[in-house]
Design a binder for this molecule. Structure first.
Ligand code: 13P
Length: 292
């Protein structure tokens, strides 16, 4: 069990028509909460860090904590670097023990995106047990240092998608289909389900080769999440939801225990709140009981 890259667990997910939750963490409490919740649900798990928390905590520290936690876990756990636009930093994190690396060159032109993504694939595939995620089209909103305005956002072209996948050698593919990072401005954001279906058919129609990734999970209605999974979304990214849970719970706990000064109790409250969110997502994505 335990220390795995993302590819095999997501091929299983695509074939089984469920998705694995990929949860962004910024500190140890969140990481423990995510692991505990997934273990309770017997679910495979992807822990992810964006670049800023990765640099703040130090990739080798995160890698060491991940190895310690994952080695003794009863579920398969992958550690993913999210939306990294910096090729050398992708390599640093691969060296530090991340088992899935996302090179995000989606703001570059098509050829340059292919070039950078291919470079990271070559590097990671030479090492043991590391898979690579690439993105085509751009997901709007803010995810750490990657900011894409609605005007700049571009959906993934299905014809280019096939070329991108074949030329880069990526293991996971994130096509932009209208989801966005952060809080949606409307309850019913305009998503291009047909485009996702077309891309899934083109890439995985003759047998699952490259699992698909859905970004911008926070705020999507449950029926929409289920539809995205049914259409082939196998890795489902959730970040903002967990940030809100951490900040809101901390604020509420401190506001109602003004005289306490017991950091451990704040941590317990945060951990329980985050675990509740992870249970929700795991049930919705259908990955409970799929750890075996
Ligand atoms: P949200 O912050 O909208 O949940 O998106 C997460 C994500 O896609 C991380 O890559």
């Amino acid at each position: 069990m335990s220390i795995v890259n993302a590819k095999e667990m997501l091929i299983k997910a695509t074939e089984g028509k469920y998705a694995v939750g990929a949860f962004n963490v910024t500190n140890l409490i969140q990481l423990e909460a995510v692991v505990e919740a997934a273990t309770e649900k017997k679910s495979p798990l992807i822990i992810q860090t964006s670049v800023t928390p990765s640099k703040f905590l130090k990739p080798e520290v995160i890698g060491a904590i991940y190895r310690t936690v994952a080695q003794s876990a009863l579920i398969p756990i992958c550690l993913h670097l999210d939306h990294c636009t910096d090729v050398p930093y992708c390599r640093t994190c691969a060296d530090a023990g991340y088992t899935n690396i996302m090179i995000d060159a989606s703001k570059q032109n098509f050829e340059e995106n292919i070039r950078q993504t291919k470079e990271i694939c070559r590097y990671c595939h030479r090492m043991d047990n590391i898979s690579v995620e690439g993105e085509l089209g751009t997901v709007s909103g803010i995810e750490d240092q990657v900011k894409v305005s609605e005007d700049e956002a571009a959906l993934c072209d299905p014809g280019e998608a096939l070329k991108f996948v074949n030329e880069t050698g990526i293991d996971l593919f994130a096509p932009a289909i209208g989801t966005a990072h952060g809080v949606y401005k409307t309850k019913n954001p305009k998503l291009d389900f047909d485009r996702l279906a077309q891309i899934a058919e083109l890439i995985n129609g003759q047998g699952v080769k490259i699992p698909l990734v859905i970004h911008g999970g926070t705020g999507l209605q449950p029926a929409v999440v289920k539809k995205l999974v049914a259409l082939g979304g196998a890795k489902f990214n959730v970040s903002t939801d967990l940030k809100h849970s951490l900040i809101d719970t901390t604020y509420e706990y401190i506001s109602s225990h003004r005289e306490e000064y017991n950091p451990g109790k704040v941590d317990i409250a945060v951990k329980e709140a985050i675990k509740g969110r992870i249970h929700y997502w795991i049930d919705l994505l259908g990955c409970a009981g799929k750890a075996g």
